[in-house]
Design a binder for this molecule. Sequence first.
Ligand SMILES: [Mg+2]
Length: 223
Amino acid sequence: MTRHVVAFDLDDTLYTEMDYVRSGYRTVAKALSEASGVDARELFNLILTNRPLGFEAALERIKGTPAQGMFTIDSMVEMYRAHTPDIQLRPGAHETLEALRRRGAVLVLITDGSTRHQRAKIKALGLEEFFAPEAILISEETGGDKTSLVPWQLSEERFGVPGTLFTYVGDNLSKDFLLPNMRGWQTVMLRDCTSSNVFPQHPSAWPATNRPQLTIDNLSTLI
Ligand SMILES: [Mg+2]
């Protein structure tokens, strides 16, 4: 039987990245609200609608309250970065990972970002249940992001035997498919059906080399 390694992207593939952003903004809004007495919902909306200058807008709003001078942009950014995310797997993600595992596929996570952020998301989503420690490849930890050979070669070295079929499932046309396409992997893009992705998808704007071989609307299609 062919050995199958299925590697997944994290942000905007297994969960919706804007949910992480909102979750961070909620944490900051709550802290400012508790100190200032200004409604947390109002502060959250200010931060969200004024991004990327949302924290500045919130600081302006709490001027003249007891919280004035208690917060800086830096302290708010730190609160955001350190927060415990309140996020969920996308529809179909849990059952897909379960079904692939049951079928004997090796599951790998290839994600770009900092250890602190990506580890917090992985924990909040319960992904350690599906991905072995050596199968979690975070760019800050491996020393190479998806535009380098590092995560692709590492996956092949760690999990490949002759004849292994490799698949990468992602969302980002700038970097998720180019290298794996070149290395003979199968590439699958989860379509941004609600236009909620942090990186908008415009497949026609990219050369064929950057595009996936397959596009799906729901992760359960992989089962
Ligand atoms: Mg992504």
